[in-house]
Design a protein around this ligand. Sequence first.
Ligand SMILES: [Zn+2]
Length: 242
Amino acid sequence: MRPIVRGTWPQNAAGQNINFKEYAYARGELIRRLGEYCSYCEMELDTSLAVEHVQPKRPPGAAQPIAARELDWNNFLLACTSCNSTKGDIDVVLDDHLWPHRDNTFRALCYSEGGLVTASTDQSIDDAIRQKADSIIKLTGLDKDPSNDDPKASDRRLQNRRETWDIAKLVKEMLARNYNEDFKELIVITARAKGYWSVWMTVFKDDADMLDRLIKAFPGTCCDCFDSTAGLVPIARAGGQC
Ligand SMILES: [Zn+2]
């Protein structure tokens, strides 16, 4: 899960925080800052990408939406239909999970062959953080394998990650035979078009130059989550839980 910087509340020409009449009015600015990617599964999307409320605007039992949540820039991310519907209106306790806008979620989640997503087993991650990584995976359904019980094939996240993993591995082998600037740029363009930034970052984890390009190519990636003096390995995020 890509660690992102959503940034401060957008302001109008007079320097005042914009009052969003509807939460959908924040969509354009979120896309401009973060790219057209689901903040959770990292799928590349266009029209179906929606403004996501980290804390649900209408939690269970609420008679109507809570305005302080519904129109709060600091409660917004972007999400695809699958992540959005899996997460639903569960009234999350923020500190029980890791979040892409607060933590280094790439450091705490592990991407592997077959498009699988699990909590990292790296020894630098303590058990409490591992638990929170597991919680955000379950909350958004990144561990779902819908192939057996989804005849409509509406949730394509696992299949798309798997396909992207295979493409990334293939072009990495091709890059080894054609290690040049043009080919590197072509890979980055492909990564931007496919999405699943964490898959690309994992496959190219031993190539600091490619990591640098991938971090810079996806809008809003938290550069401070990577050690620029040590091969861009993921490091704990300032102010975050991990
Ligand atoms: Zn998603």
